[in-house]
Design a protein around this ligand. Structure first.
Ligand code: AGP
Length: 601
């Protein structure tokens, strides 16, 4: 128990690591693999290969493509190698801090994902023994620890074991040795072995090697894999052999091409015409099981981070209105501190596109031993969250590469609608309306021209406010999140009814306000709020089905049953945020300072 408590307190980071050993040249393969994984973190990149008993490393700051064209990563010789894309946590974004890091004798190169909590203590000890450190990272200690042990014992396997056991925190690392051995170790960060016809991959993400093989072994915590000669050995941190099954991974996870689109983000926004239609289909059994569980649960908690948390807020409102069940929606970064005080025997519905978000995992890891049932809704069925869950439903919306969640949000929402519809005896009537919903999504994504114009008109706004009431308030939050992360404009979602309780003080002729004004019970109250804003001279954009003079611009939401409106209302915000990013010359796929999977607490 002491160990468990310790493990869940760690902080982890967001990089990608990959290793290859086989018959093909390693460097060009690794460059391709890293490009696939770049969406997870992307401030610097590096590759190390082994050839004729010599370790060669090239690394630099920037995107894989740029570093490769400047430094010619792909020409490094050898059929054995490791690679890394970095999203800085310890140490600035510099060439020196980029991975791989090497031992003093240059015979061991290491790539690492995670955070080594005890690195400064280990570093001091190693420095006292004469090791010279060349970076500011925590990761570099791994190379020196391996060297220290290996040089004195001559036992490579023992050196990997001892090193893994000395590290605290969360990590997965891959080490390449000049004798041609590659070893990987995993503790609280994912590590997966890919088995192809011409060799082995070791990777933090199946997407890395999925172009080459769909046969994967998901290592467990405290597993080590050693590729020596043509043999693969798997052991645990205590040295005992372990057996892990080979899984066939769905090929569709490899389909991450932009096609004819300028950016992944706009491709993924457009894909919603299909993904919303498909969400939950083929998983009716699980939807039934989950709805039964929610029905009988003493209490239900919905949790998630960022966009997934906004989905949790909608789910709570739906469950209360249509399912008449008590529930709460708590953001995972806060929930983790409350887990010991929650209602007994609850069902926790954890929502996460990646299934690797540290905050969400921490809630689940804390709540599970206390008797909570864990349901997850994820887009990566092989993710840590899916594997920790009692039941996991897949969003099945295909890889989402754009850092901003778009199609995953509408997919997770649709699945929750399906569950609550089932639980409430079909009062929502989702299935009868799927085609109508799909046509409405189509109409919205085809109406991008108007939204592009609106984005151009509001591009100089310093602050954007998004207003909504009731079930539309979470969409206001999500709309504001999209705007801030893609365009870097300050945006805030505000419950329209709270306006007079404070935020109205911010409104003047320079403000830009987007108002969710659907034709439901909130209509008149929201319209009254719109008039109050208009009276202060702000520019107003309405989003709903009944245009009004109060709005300078109006984005029409196609007619569907009012319960389904949140699924549609978010789409104009995704499109506005995308075009605002273009207006600001920002790359919508890779917003500054953000990474797709936030495995940092
Ligand atoms: C969404 O646009 C954000 N990039 C972010 O808020 C994201 O939704 C959050 O980090 C949660 O990610 P997850 O769904 O993979 O757990």
């Amino acid at each position: 128990m002491a160990i468990f408590n310790y493990v869940i307190k760690i902080i982890i980071s967001v990089c990608s690591i990959i290793g290859y050993k086989g018959e093909s040249l390693a460097a060009p393969l690794l460059v391709t693999c890293l490009k696939k994984m770049e969406y997870r973190g992307y401030d610097s990149v590096g590759i190390g290969t082994i050839n004729d008993g010599k370790v060669s490393v090239r690394k630099g700051v920037g995107r894989v493509e740029d570093v490769d064209s400047n430094l010619l990563l792909r020409v490094l010789p050898g059929r054995i190698g490791i690679g890394h894309t970095r999203w800085a946590t310890h140490g600035k974004v510099t060439e020196k801090n980029a991975h791989p890091h090497t031992s003093c004798n240059g015979e061991i190169a290491v790539v690492h994902n995670g955070i080594i909590q005890n690195y400064s203590e280990l570093k001091s000890k190693l420095m006292r023994k004469g090791h010279i450190f060349r970076s500011e990272t925590d990761s570099e200690v791994i190379a020196h620890l391996l060297e220290e042990d290996y040089v004195s014992s001559g036992d490579l396997r023992g050196a990997v074991l001892n090193t893994a056991k000395k590290l605290t925190g969360a990590f997965s690392f891959i080490a390449a040795f000049s004798d041609g051995t590659i070893a990987g170790a995993r503790f609280d960060e994912p590590l997966i072995v890919g088995i192809s016809n011409d060799g082995y991959y070791i990777s933090s993400d199946v997407i890395g090697f999925l172009n080459y093989t769909d046969r994967a072994i998901f290592l467990d915590n405290r597993d080590i894999v050693i590729l020596k000669g043509s043999e693969m050995e798997m052991i645990s941190f205590d040295g005992a052999p372990v057996m892990r099954p080979v899984t066939q991974v769905a090929w569709e996870f490899g389909g991450i091409d932009k096609g004819t689109y300028a950016h992944y983000t706009i491709k993924e926004i457009n894909e919603q015409v299909e993904t919303i239609f498909k969400s939950g289909k083929g998983q009716e059994d699980k939807i039934e099981q989950v709805s039964e569980l929610l029905k009988s649960a003493p209490f239900v908690y919905f949790t998630g981070s960022g966009t997934s948390y906004h989905c949790a807020l909608v789910a709570k409102a739906l469950l209360s209105k249509y399912g008449r069940r008590k529930s709460d929606a708590i953001m995972s970064s806060e929930f983790q501190y409350l887990v010991n005080d929650i209602e007994p025997d609850p069902v926790i519905v954890a929502i996460s596109q990646s299934g690797e978000t540290a905050d969400v995992l921490e809630v689940v890891k804390k709540a599970k031993p206390l008797g909570s049932k864990i349901i997850s809704i994820v887009n990566v069925p092989t993710s840590s969250l899916a594997r920790l869950s009692d039941i996991s439903i897949s969003m099945n919306c295909g890889p989402e590469i754009g850092v901003a969640a778009t199609k995953s949000f509408t997919s997770q929402l649709t699945i929750l609608y399906a569950i609550i519809d089932r639980l409430s005896g079909g009062v929502i009537g989702l299935e009868n309306q799927r085609t109508k919903l799909q046509n409405a999504v189509k109409e919205l994504v085809e109406g991008q021209k108007l939204i592009e114009q609106i984005a151009n008109e509001i591009k100089n706004a310093k602050d954007i406010y998004v207003l909504g009431r009731s079930i539309h308030y979470p969409i206001a939050l999500e709309g504001a999140l999209k705007i801030k992360e893609l365009s870097y404009v300050h945006a805030e979602g505000i419950p329209a009814g709270e306006l007079k309780h404070g935020p109205l003080a911010l409104i003047d002729k320079n403000s830009c306000v987007l108002v969710l004004n659907p034709n439901d019970s909130t209509f008149d109250d929201v319209k009254a709020n719109a008039h109050e804003i208009k009276a202060r001279g702000a520019s107003l954009i309405g989003i709903g089905s009944s245009p009004s003079d109060v709005y300078d611009r109006f984005i029409a939401i196609p007619e569907v049953d009012e319960v389904l409106l949140p699924i549609l209302e978010v789409i104009p915000f995704q499109v506005i945020a995308y075009y605002l990013a273009l207006e600001k010359n920002a790359n919508p796929d890779y917003p500054r300072n953000l990474a797709k999977s936030v495995t940092v607490k």
